[in-house]
Design a protein around this ligand. Structure first.
Ligand code: MN
Length: 280
């Protein structure tokens, strides 16, 4: 390991909240609304994981979004997306769908399977005020287009977003990694000092930083913004899998009403009005 590497420490451990969303999809809401300021620009992280079709089969029929981006990362199962701009795509294992709602999109996200495991994540990334009303944009990134490498320690690193990743976004510059640690492995992930960052462990458990704080499966660890830290050091005694997510904060007011995230109440009312009048 790099002796000059200074790791961030865990500031807070968060256990997700079980919720039901869409037409009755059971989810673990990991990043909840009360963490939006602390983890700016991230607004939400959900994990969906079930092999019981009753938990996911109804999916997310037509619903609107405005003012931010949704990032869906599929590990197991298939989900079909259709939207009001005429886009359609099938999201399969290991693939990512990056959708910028901008000024407005109506879409459906429906499982394309009747049984078996459905497992993945949806992350919401905010847009700066100046870009909330841009045209909707959408990209399907198949698993084969996501850069994947094996480190010296034998860990597998999939770079979904950020430097060297499948996608880069301006303003928030999100870093989105899926890291698979081998038993006994340690990795140092570079994160710019001013960025808000967290990890989410979805298999096994890890220890983080000099204090070796344990983070167990289905826990999120908010990483302290230590100005002198280069990133985060993560170790695992057994095999472990986790997401590492970081981004540049926007430091703007956040106003959310369900699927709309704007900067003020007036803009939310406008969004609701535009949607009801079919202007999406
Ligand atoms: Mn949606």
């Amino acid at each position: 390991m790099d002796k000059t590497f200074i790791s961030r420490e865990v500031e807070r451990l968060v256990n997700g909240v079980a919720v039901s969303d869409g037409a009755g999809v059971r989810l673990l809401r990991v990043l909840t609304q009360d963490l939006q300021r602390r983890l700016d620009p991230f607004l939400m992280l959900d994990e969906f994981r079930s092999d019981n079709q009753d938990d996911y089969i109804a999916g997310f029929p037509d619903h609107p979004h405005r003012g931010f981006e949704t990032v869906t990362y599929m590990l197991d199962g298939r989900m079909r997306h259709r939207d009001s701009t005429g886009q359609e795509g099938l999201l399969g294992p290991g693939g990512v769908q990056w959708m910028t709602a901008g000024r407005g999109v109506v879409h459906s996200e429906l499982p394309e399977q009747e049984d078996g495991l459905m497992h993945g994540f949806q992350l919401w990334v905010n847009l700066p005020a100046k870009r909330k009303m841009i045209d909707a944009w959408y990209r399907d990134i198949p698993a084969s287009d996501i850069p994947q490498s094996v480190t010296e320690q034998g860990s597998t690193l999939r770079r979904i977003a950020g430097e060297g990743g499948a996608i880069r976004r301006e303003d928030t510059d999100p870093l989105y990694l899926d890291l698979h640690l081998k038993a006994g492995g340690t990795e140092e992930v570079t994160i710019p000092a001013g960025y808000n960052a967290f990890i989410y462990v979805y298999a096994g458990e890890v220890s983080v930083g000099e204090r070796a704080q344990t983070v167990t499966q289905r826990q999120m660890a908010v990483l302290a913004n230590l100005p002198s830290a280069n990133g985060v050091r993560i170790s695992a005694s057994g095999e472990a899998r986790l997401l590492v997510i970081a981004g540049q904060p926007l430091n703007e007011p956040i106003a959310q009403w369900g699927p709309f995230v704007m900067n003020s109440r007036e803009e939310l009312e406008q969004a609701f009005d535009d949607y009801r009048s079919g202007r999406f």
